[in-house]
Design a protein around this ligand. Sequence first.
Ligand code: SF4
Length: 139
Amino acid sequence: MSLSGTFLKKSPWVYHAHAGGCNGCDLEIVACFSPRYDLERLGIKLVASPRFADILLVTGPVPLHTKPFLERIYAQTPAPKRVVAMGACGCSGGVFVDDENYSIAGPVEKILPVDVRIPGCPPKPEAIVDGLLKAMRMF
Ligand code: SF4
């Protein structure tokens, strides 16, 4: 993973939207901000409101009851913005999606315009860092 020429140009703030996952992905996000990976050294910071965010990091297969909240979160995020779908659930719906499943609205790309996908169940912190850097380069 090359960081050269990227991390000094932008300092994107990230809002993590949990959309029905098992929390496995969410724990890996926490690891990214621990001293070992320390994403804040690249200027990437988690924020508590989408109104402050540049990047939406969405985990989970998006259950039907979560869909309106996710759409609202997207609307509250100021442009320009990027959407990162994380995990097998976020990227494809994982084991939760099939045509007969009455309770799932996802994957994320059915609801929001996804710019970057981070596959894995859950993805490793290195993959999350790489995905966020890809989103960062799109600004
Ligand atoms: S991709 Fe795997 S770890 Fe992430 S929310 Fe789905 S089931 Fe959990």
